[in-house]
Design a protein around this ligand. Structure first.
Ligand code: GDP
Ligand code: MG
Length: 264
């Protein structure tokens, strides 16, 4: 098989945790919270920022795309708008990603995790060549897991919930890496409803049917697809603000790492 575990360059550590999610879902805040948690627990990690356009970060990044490419200059140089500037900056960074991998490889013995923050606009990472190149470079060298961060209060709306799940499903499909759903902001709304909808699609349908614009045939068909998807992932509830759920998050990462080792 082409299993990367058999590759001579493959290492068992550190575990790469790629954090993706819709703009505003709380990725950056969660990363900061995870860093605080790792400091408390003596877990050794690196944090990497892949958002070329972020102004300020709540955490100190060990590796930062902004040190290598200045997105405003890229915008000027290539005559691009903000999105094109961010995309091109990430592309430029991706062409040098083997150097980033080397830096991590040299420190591998001292690192348990590398937490990776991605651009605010999700598609810049998930639907770009550079996102695929970066993900592939990680996954062929270290155990790599992806976490999809969800704004839980906003997902109480069944339509938004379904959109989020389909997006998460497309990420699983594209990366083929172990996926953890991280229901964030549970200080505002508990994620119990989501767990219930994922376990029992009739409960979801009941909720969705109160929305008349929702076609029940489509909902039913999608439920069948998603049922298989739900069976293949882990989900945790966290609050990046209050800090609940950090232990559960790292447990899910551990289980996903096992899964990676067995399957990739
Ligand atoms: P990103 O675009 O995914 O990186 O999202 P940010 O980390 O920048 O967060 C977006 C907004 O959500 C900010 O106003 C955060 O303060 C807020 N936020 C993030 N996590 C939480 C959380 O767990 N609870 C609450 N109440 N707000 C949060
Ligand atoms: Mg962010």
């Amino acid at each position: 098989s082409s299993s990367v575990n058999g590759s001579p360059n493959f290492r068992r550590k550190p575990v790469i945790i790629i954090v993706v999610g819709m703009a505003g879902s709380g990725k950056t805040t969660l990363l900061h919270r995870l860093v605080c948690h790792t400091h408390l627990k003596n877990i050794r990690g690196y944090v990497m920022n892949l958002d070329p356009a972020v102004m300020t970060l709540p955490y100190a990044a060990n590796i930062d795309v902004r040190d290598t490419v200045k997105y405003k200059e890229v915008m000027k140089q290539f005559n691009l708008g903000p999105n094109g500037g961010i995309l091109t900056s990430l592309n430029l960074f991706a062409t040098k990603f083997d150097e980033v991998i080397s830096v991590i490889e040299r420190r591998a013995d001292q690192l348990d995790y590398v937490l990776v923050d991605t651009p605010g606009q999700i598609e810049i990472f998930t639907w770009s060549a550079s996102g695929a190149i970066i993900t592939e470079a990680f996954a062929s060298t270290f155990p790599t897991v992806v976490t999809y961060v969800i704004d839980t209060p906003r997902s109480e709306d069944p339509t938004t919930f379904m959109s989020n799940m389909l997006y998460a499903c497309s990420i699983l499909y594209k990366t083929r890496l172990p996926l953890i759903l991280t229901f964030n902001k549970i200080d505002v709304a508990a994620h119990q409803f989501a767990l219930e909808w994922m376990k029992d699609f009739e409960a979801f349908q009941a909720a969705a049917s109160s929305d008349n614009s929702y076609t029940s045939t489509l909902t039913q068909s999608l439920s069948l697809v998603l049922d298989e998807f739900y069976n293949n992932l882990k989900s945790v509830g966290v609050s990046a603000v209050s800090g609940v759920g950090m232990e559960a998050f790292f447990k899910a990462v551990e289980a996903s790492t096992e899964e990676y080792m067995e399957n990739y």
